[in-house]
Design a protein. Structure first.
Length: 318
């Protein structure tokens, strides 16, 4: 899918326009005007902020839960913010997942350790533990474990991919509370294999080794900061690269990437798409002609979200 380049950024839209445009609302709400839909979302949700899902490296790692006020198990979005593994915050991303709230989903908005706190693979470990938290708390919060979608942009896209793709044998979730080796910290256990129903990857890094050797001024600088000066950093980079884990049986993957991205080359998306095709994994690549590292136009963003909705429906998540 290719989208025509325009000039209006989705960031310039008002909240009502955003809600009214990026997603077609559920059938029961289609007749409502944008203001009423906004009130439905604002009054129909509760926010449970700063839940500790993991203690690692001497700090409590938090997530925010946006929960629809009903008792039915709901599809659940795990959202992971970007920032080159060096900056950003879960709070700065709250508007990004409004389309999913409008559909009645639960949203788990995750923070993780960044490079100034812990080098790779810490961020990957943290996000896997956030997924484990969803499994452990499915009954309490009515998460539908058959309809978990993980998403993020840039470094968050990379972490969304690794969260949904890494194998148990990689050992990147061994520290998770409630996991096979760490049940003591919560008094609860979850022995289920960590699976997601789909991954929505917004211009995420797929080859950390390649990015590590990027030109000066590229996001290779962020990669160096995340990997640090450890002697085995090439091995660690391969261990946290989504391309390492491509195999048959993965969940469906949809990737959105700008053809002119100066930070994460479009080639990362193309190579992932080709590898997934070769493994027989359902996937789709949306290329934005002349698109950069995000910042897509209003029309592009509307069509992207329409495609995401169709993709999730096709794979029986909606």
């Amino acid at each position: 899918m290719k989208l025509k380049k325009h000039t209006t950024s989705i960031a310039a839209l008002g909240l009502g326009s955003f809600l009214g445009l990026v997603m077609t609302p559920p059938a029961a709400a289609q007749a409502l005007d944008p203001a009423t839909r906004f009130v439905e979302v604002a009054g129909g949700y509760r926010l449970v902020p700063d839940i500790t899902y993991l203690r690692a490296g001497g700090i409590d790692l938090k997530l925010d839960l946006y929960q629809a006020r009903d008792s039915d198990p709901t599809p659940t979005l795990i959202y992971i913010h970007g920032g080159g593994w060096t900056n950003g915050s879960k709070e700065s991303s709250a508007l990004t997942f409004l389309p999913y709230l409008e559909m009645g989903w639960s949203v788990v908005n995750v923070e993780y350790r960044m490079a100034d706190v812990a080098h790779a693979p810490a961020a990957v470990e943290d996000c896997r533990c956030a997924l484990r938290w969803v499994y452990r708390n499915a009954e309490r919060y009515n998460f539908d474990l058959d309809r978990i979608v993980v998403t993020g942009n840039s470094a968050g896209g990379h972490l969304a991919l690794t969260t949904g793709m890494v194998t148990a044998e990689a050992g990147l979730d061994r520290q998770c509370p409630g996991d096979r080796n760490r049940a003591w910290s919560t008094g609860t256990t979850s022995m289920d294999e960590l699976k997601v129903a789909a991954i929505i990857n917004w211009y995420g890094i797929t080859d950390v080794v390649g990015l590590m050797h990027g030109p000066p001024g590229s996001s290779g600088n962020f990669t160096e900061a995340w990997l640090g000066s450890r002697s085995d950093r090439a091995d660690v980079a391969a261990r946290v690269s989504p391309l390492t884990y491509v195999r048959a049986g993965l969940p469906p993957v949809l990737t959105v990437h700008g053809a002119a991205d100066p930070i994460v080359p479009h080639d990362h998306a193309v190579r992932l798409h080709q590898a997934l095709e070769g493994a027989g994994v359902p996937n789709q690549l949306i290329t934005i002609p002349e698109g950069g590292h995000g910042g897509f136009t209003r029309d592009e963003s509307v069509r992207i979200y329409e495609t995401i909705r169709a993709f999730l429906r096709q794979h029986q998540v909606l």
